[in-house]
Design a binder for this molecule. Structure first.
Ligand SMILES: Nc1nc2c(c(=O)[nH]1)N=C([C@H](O)[C@H](O)COP(=O)(O)OP(=O)(O)OP(=O)(O)O)CN2
Ligand SMILES: [Zn+2]
Length: 117
């Protein structure tokens, strides 16, 4: 069974490795959407893969490190592309939520990156 919980955060970033003429070279912001997808059997007792509240508790402190921050200043996110943010989140959530199967990060409703570890 797969379950997904979505979160949002606001953050500033710039992409230091694109050409200077690229508009993303300059500092700007996004309203990011994160989707954490978990895959595991349903516990017949609870009817849950895992309680959504447990995911929220595990991801909360990680989300706080991103929300209303400049992503370039966060260790490991010096080049904060959607791809690298997905990897960064996956690597930090997986130890606490072993059922984590993938992380999706949306920069806009039309553009996202998905990492499956
Ligand atoms: N593969 C990737 N390509 C791009 C990424 C990325 O993370 N991975 N990121 C960017 C920039 O962050 C850029 O800010 C995204 O562009 P944006 O102007 O926000 O999005 P749109 O062009 O779709 O939105 P408009 O409404 O047209 O401004 C670029 N590429
Ligand atoms: Zn951007």
């Amino acid at each position: 069974m797969k379950i997904t919980q979505a979160f949002t955060f606001e953050a500033a970033h710039r992409l230091p490795r694109v050409p200077e003429a690229h508009r993303c070279y300059r500092m700007h912001g996004h309203s990011y959407r994160v989707e954490l997808c978990l895959e595991a059997p349903v516990d017949p007792q609870t009817g849950f893969v895992i309680d959504f509240f447990e995911i929220e508790a595990a991801f909360g402190p990680i989300l706080q490190r991103l929300d209303h921050h400049c992503l370039n200043e966060i260790e490991g996110l010096e080049n904060p592309t959607a791809e690298n943010i997905a990897i960064w989140i996956f690597d930090r959530v997986k130890p606490f939520v072993p059922q984590l199967a993938s992380v999706r990060i949306y920069e806009t409703p039309q553009c996202w990156a998905e990492y499956e570890g």
